[in-house]
Ligand binder design. Structure first.
Ligand code: FMN
Length: 163
């Protein structure tokens, strides 16, 4: 994912492989944002961010964004990405991404110990097509998995109330 942020007129983007769903209602997402990252200060101060879902064709940019810092680089300019105004947060959406989740900080109590920010998604934007975009999933050690085949073959095994 790409995390975009803004504080006092400055905007930034970082790459994030470590994240997880934490709750349905409210919609909570946990994100690891390590202390050496400039983004950490921006999201800490502003208490907002946008989590953007890039597609596989953006892979080189995703890595590039994750190996330089907003301390000395304007990443929107360097990676030719468009900052779009959000509906509920000041942090910009990245237009080129398939989906954008506007977030407000829900719980910062695990930040000092685990670098874990718990965000509430307050607005979601998702492209109409394709239905299943090709997305990147970071496996570590410089390796990505690119999303592939979908199956509903096992759907009948679920309890109805789970669907
Ligand atoms: C594939 C990939 C995954 C990454 N995942 C994370 C992550 O989950 N959390 C994190 O804090 N940094 C992660 N990083 C590192 C940051 O993206 C990187 O330190 C970035 O330069 C921070 O930018 P900033 O200083 O402008 O905030 C990742 C980098 C790459 C390339």
């Amino acid at each position: 994912m790409l995390v975009s942020s803004a504080h006092k007129g400055e905007t930034n983007i970082m790459t994030m492989g470590w994240h997880m769903i934490m709750e349905f209602e409210p919609s909570l997402v946990g994100c690891y944002i390590w202390s050496e990252n400039h983004s950490r200060e921006l999201v800490r101060q502003s208490k907002e961010c946008v989590i953007n879902l890039p597609t596989a064709d953006m892979a080189a940019k995703v890595v590039g964004i994750g190996i330089c810092s907003g301390r000395d680089t304007d990443k929107f300019a360097k990676f030719r990405l468009s900052a779009e105004k959000g509906a509920k947060v000041v942090a910009p959406l990245i237009s080129e991404c398939y989906a954008n989740f506007e977030c407000r900080l829900h719980d910062a109590s695990l930040v000092n110990k685990y670098s874990l920010f718990v965000w509430e998604v307050v607005k979601a934007h998702v492209a109409q097509s394709p239905h299943y975009p090709r997305t990147l999933h970071y496996r570590g050690d410089g390796e990505f998995m690119i999303s592939g085949t979908n199956t509903r073959r096992y759907r009948r095994l679920f309890k109805p109330e789970m669907l």
